[in-house]
Design a protein around this ligand. Structure first.
Ligand SMILES: Cc1cc2nc3c(=O)[nH]c(=O)nc-3n(C[C@H](O)[C@H](O)[C@H](O)COP(=O)(O)OP(=O)(O)OC[C@H]3O[C@@H](n4cnc5c(N)ncnc54)[C@H](O)[C@@H]3O)c2cc1C
Length: 369
């Protein structure tokens, strides 16, 4: 395994919300729905085996205005179709407040399966396990070139050649670049969307017991700013979703001209920008103007105040966009005779990771047999 950084988990897998997603959001039959539900079960078994602490604390998805109610009904139906049991619709304020005493909303869904974990510990445990089973992980090894022949695959990193029968690419924010080394016609481009977090200061942590989410906009593949109690003892607020000007751009001022050029010249980009300019603009304002971010949070918990929140870092999502400007909603694997690239694995891909991994390994074994 070749990793360009000095350690694992430097990017998405180490900079996420730490939620064990239940599978409620995803279209029944989609790869996200199947892999999230299956991956959730596999992840819980793995966490038990590896003795990694986690908590199934449940989540509240809150409808704060009239428009949210039909969307909430859709989620309730999806929960049933995706096989979730025990999801409950709460229709009275008192019922919502029994679960989260400071929340406000018209109605809500209580999703008992949702949980929290530190995925950095998961990454470390997976690393130790594959190494114990004989794998070699080389750090500081960026894959620079890939050549596929009929009998083998040749990968170059730092001037050294590695020959293999098959290549699996899981390069996150660079997954399209890695795939394009051997497949210039790849029909998607990764757009980086930064997700910025605040966290509640210690005196305000009592405003949130567990996980409080808004009802997501079905047209936009992100969940909207929410509250997450983390496995490391904080209560995070966020993340927003702002187009980043650098693939690994963790701050607002990070800029990489090559990355930006690739974004702007992708035919799907102007179409995507046209389709989502309203949400994009609102996210940008929320990023630069803290009171707007706080307003979004106050729709869920009105008592939260500007000075209850302090900055808590950011993560960058790798979101594939096609030539027509659609942000791919589902997971996407690109297959070549001797290669398989995971080219769209945004949230809930941490929850789903073991299931995606099983799909990938089954396909590799089938291709090699
Ligand atoms: C802000 C945020 C919040 C999220 N919240 C959740 C959540 O609560 N629950 C959930 O289930 N999911 C969540 N996700 C999604 C989840 O974290 C990701 O989907 C998942 O971690 C993706 O894993 P990955 O291995 O594909 O990518 P990454 O973890 O980004 O790993 C890709 C690796 O490839 C390496 N690499 C790149 N290019 C090369 C190259 N050329 N050569 C060698 N190595 C290379 C990188 O250095 C990196 O280590 C969230 C994501 C973000 C960003």
């Amino acid at each position: 395994m070749l990793e360009k950084e000095a350690e694992l988990g430097r990017h998405q897998s180490g900079h996420n919300s730490g939620v064990l997603h239940s599978g409620i959001y995803y279209r029944p039959g989609s790869s996200k729905a199947k892999n999230c539900v299956r991956g959730y079960g596999m992840m819980l078994r793995f966490l038990e085996e590896a003795e990694i602490p986690y908590e199934i604390c449940g989540k509240l998805i809150v409808a704060t205005d009239e428009r949210d109610l039909p969307r909430l009904a859709t989620l309730e139906r999806r929960a049933r179709e995706n096989g979730l049991v025990g999801v409950r619709r709460l229709t009275r304020t008192e019922e919502l407040r029994e679960i989260e005493p400071h929340v406000t909303g018209r109605e809500a869904l209580l999703v008992p399966q949702a949980g929290i974990v530190d995925y950095r510990r998961v990454v470390k445990a997976l690393h130790d396990r594959v190494v114990a089973r004989g794998a070699t992980v080389l750090f500081g090894r960026r894959v620079e070139s890939v050549r596929e022949t009929t009998s083998a695959i040749r990968v170059i990193s730092r001037g050294e050649a590695f020959t293999a029968r098959f290549l699996v690419g899981c390069a996150g924010l660079h997954s399209d670049r890695l795939a394009r080394l051997a497949d210039p016609d790849l029909p998607v481009r990764i757009l980086p969307f930064r997700g910025e977090y605040y966290k509640l200061k210690a005196h305000a942590r009592g405003l949130v017991r567990n996980l409080i989410y808004p009802v997501p906009n079905p047209e936009f593949p992100f969940l909207g700013v929410h509250f997450t109690r983390t496995a490391w003892g904080d209560v995070d607020a966020g993340p927003n979703a702002v187009l980043a000007l650098k693939r690994e751009g963790y701050t607002r001022t990070d800029l990489d001209l090559d990355d930006l050029w690739e974004i702007l010249t992708w035919p799907g980009f102007p179409r995507m920008a046209w389709r989502h300019w309203r949400e994009g603009f609102a996210e940008l304002v929320r990023s630069w103007v803290k009171p707007r971010f706080v307003e979004a949070l106050q729709k869920l918990v009105p008592e939260v105040r500007d000075d209850d929140l302090e900055p808590a870092g950011a993560g960058v999502r790798a979101q594939a966009c096609d030539r027509e400007g659609r942000l791919l909603d589902d997971f996407y694997l690109r297959r070549l005779p001797r290669q398989l690239h995971v080219c769209n694995a945004p949230s809930p891909a941490a929850t789903s990771s073991l299931s995606i991994g099983e799909t990938v390994s089954d396909e590799v074994l089938a291709a090699l047999s």
